[in-house]
Design a protein around this ligand. Structure first.
Ligand code: FAD
Length: 404
């Protein structure tokens, strides 16, 4: 009977286990994860888990009910995989044990990138795991002020949650504006205004030189200026956990390199989720995507390929973020070749921006009307030409567009 080893018990790992059973795999599934929890989804960590009033009931992001792992006979080991021997198909575990596999999926995700001059400690923290979120909840309960290094999605979601908990929040962003690569300028500006209206102080072009933890606070130094905060959250991106591939002789290039079938350079070793660098779209741009959707879809595709059904991975990137009363969703790729923007603004608190190349939609962003984006998916995926004037006309439903 074949053994499939899943390295990493996160979203992609847990989803792959589910998909393997779903697709009829009856052999042994061993999922090795170095966290003390069964697989969970991370999006709530910066949102609901920080906002909930009650500590004991603040996290509801489990990927599957506990019973699933027993029912589906998925063996979950709390351990780490340190190396794969590709020739003998043996995994070495941190505990010293070894494990034979027939096929292996690496789904090790990523870890928080560290910021120059800021060593993580009791009051200088990052937010990647459930344990991090619980630690931050504890800090928030006793703090009045927090510094956030990094004005990306994670830093901004944290800032919104911290404001909702009444903390004074200062965000230090190295760039001249928020989310330069992820949002069109007008929306990034609106998002900045929203944070400022809610009382967040955002400092741009802000190179933080040093963050020093003291007994009761942290001292943040920049441009000769030192300010004290009760604690500091470092949110400057993540690095892929690709060391296991590197030490096992598998191709790595800021992420584990896979082909369209989620195959690494080693026979019978696959990778999926935040740790994988894969070819995306017709241009086959090799990229990593750090998103819920990618972890989910790529894990399912990898599982199918592991079971011998050749299945090329394709997706139209979709991402969401929740900040204050905004649910912001993005579909497609914000590429440099977008040459026209269409605004489709609905009622109060709702807006949409659609980026086209010629008359083909490449990217769309919706504020508080994510459901509407779904109507654009087919147009983006199949590069169906649209009438840009009709696109801007809110009297015309998006669903009707490809019929015009
Ligand atoms: P992970 O979920 O990180 O799982 C990898 C697991 O492997 C981890 O448990 C890790 O500890 C373990 N591991 C690593 N190395 C080893 C090893 N050698 N041996 C054993 N185990 C190992 N995406 C969105 O689309 N929208 C959002 O709003 C959003 N919000 C987010 C908020 C936060 C706070 C975070 C951190 C992420 C958010 N994301 C969001 C991104 C999304 O959660 C990730 O893209 C997704 O979790 C990736 O899943 P993964 O399985 O690849 O990695």
């Amino acid at each position: 009977e074949d053994t499939i080893l899943i390295v990493g018990a996160g979203q992609a790992g847990g989803q792959a286990a589910h998909a393997l059973r779903d697709n009829g795999f009856n052999g042994r599934i061993v999922m090795v994860g170095d966290e003390a929890w069964r697989p969970y989804e991370r999006p709530p960590l910066s949102k609901e888990a920080l906002l909930a009033a009650d500590d004991s009931d603040c996290f509801k992001g489990w990927l599957h009910p506990e019973q699933f792992y027993d029912d589906a006979a998925v063996e979950h080991l709390e351990d780490s995989v340190t190396r794969l021997d590709i020739q003998t198909r043996t995994a070495q575990l941190g505990s010293g044990a070894t494990l034979h596999y027939d096929k292996c999926l690496i789904a090790t995700g990523g870890r928080a990138r560290s910021a120059d001059g800021a060593r993580c400690g009791a009051r200088v923290v990052s937010l990647r795991t459930l344990d991090d979120a619980m630690r931050i909840r504890g800090l928030m309960a006793r703090a009045r002020s927090v510094a956030v290094i990094g004005g990306g999605f994670l830093g901004l979601e944290f800032a919104a949650s911290a404001r909702a908990r009444g903390l004074a929040v200062t965000v230090f962003e190295r760039g001249a504006r928020l989310l330069a690569r992820a949002l069109p300028v007008p929306i990034a500006d609106q998002l900045r205004a929203k944070h400022e209206q809610h009382g967040v102080r955002i400092v741009f072009d802000a190179g933080v030189v040093e963050v020093n933890e003291r007994d009761a606070d942290v001292l943040l130094t920049r441009a000769g200026d030192a300010t004290a905060f009760d604690f500091c959250v470092v949110a400057v991106g993540q690095v892929p956990n690709d060391e296991i591939a590197r030490v096992s002789g598998i191709d790595v290039d800021d992420g584990i390199v896979v082909d369209r079938f989620c195959r690494t350079s080693a026979l019978e070793v696959y990778a999926a989720g935040d740790c994988a660098r894969f070819p995306l779209g017709d241009d086959a741009i090799h990229t990593r995507l750090e998103s819920w959707q990618n972890a989910q879809q790529q894990a399912i595709t990898a599982a199918r390929n592991m079971l011998g059904a050749p299945c090329a991975y394709q997706l139209t990137p979709w991402f969401w973020t929740d900040q204050y009363d905004w649910n912001l969703q993005m579909l497609g790729m914000l590429t440099d070749d977008i040459d026209r923007w269409v605004a489709r603004d609905g009622s109060d608190r709702k807006a949409m921006r659609i980026g086209l190349r010629g008359n083909v939609i490449k990217y769309a962003l919706a504020i508080n009307q994510g459901g509407e984006l779904r109507a654009l998916r087919r147009l983006i995926e199949q590069a169906i030409p649209v009438d840009a004037d009709a696109l801007a006309d809110t009297a015309i439903k998006l669903r009707q567009l490809d019929k015009l």
